[in-house]
Design a protein around this ligand. Sequence first.
Ligand code: ZN
Length: 66
Amino acid sequence: MMRCPNCNSRDIGKIGSHQYYCWSCFIELTVNGDKMSAYQVEEDGTLSSLDDLFFDGPAESQVHAN
Ligand SMILES: [Zn+2]
């Protein structure tokens, strides 16, 4: 079970084959292989990357999905 990198909530819904949405803090998570990216959905529908906040540099030590 994945957790939100922002709020640590497990209340994450799947919205696409590689996309998830956190219902607690309203960010979108994209999983690409073993890489995770986080985006904030702006009011106009555009996505702002939050990777700088959550995934400093190479994320090797932070993402261990398996
Ligand atoms: Zn969250």
